[in-house]
Design a protein around this ligand. Sequence first.
Ligand code: 5GP
Length: 114
Amino acid sequence: MSEKTLFQQIADREIPADIVFEDEMCIAFRDINPVAPTHILIVPLKPVPTLNDLEAEDEMLMGHLFLVARKIAEDEGLENGYRTVINCGKEGGQEVYHIHLHLLGGRQMVWPPG
Ligand code: 5GP
């Protein structure tokens, strides 16, 4: 069994995905089960499991994910706004333990989230 995370396997092209952006720090691809017209996951190549596992050296990496989110949102035409989400742990609703930023847009978001 592979020890790579699901998202590392996507980054390594071992599992297919609709990749929309990639650079030396992260990869972004469409969620397989979208909950909005635009639902993209922005994933650092470094396989940090959760937000709780971040280290001081990851500060720039996490900021980078948000700048990539902004760029993709512009590419996707989300001029009316969008939402970014990081789920953390069981009660946070995290399913894949490789940290990722959800970019959601193309419909009105509601608050509070489910
Ligand atoms: P989490 O709940 O961990 O914050 O989000 C994990 C996300 O990964 C979910 O929205 C889920 O639909 C998505 N996902 C799970 N497996 C795959 C896959 O194989 N390919 C893609 N593109 N997305 C996946």
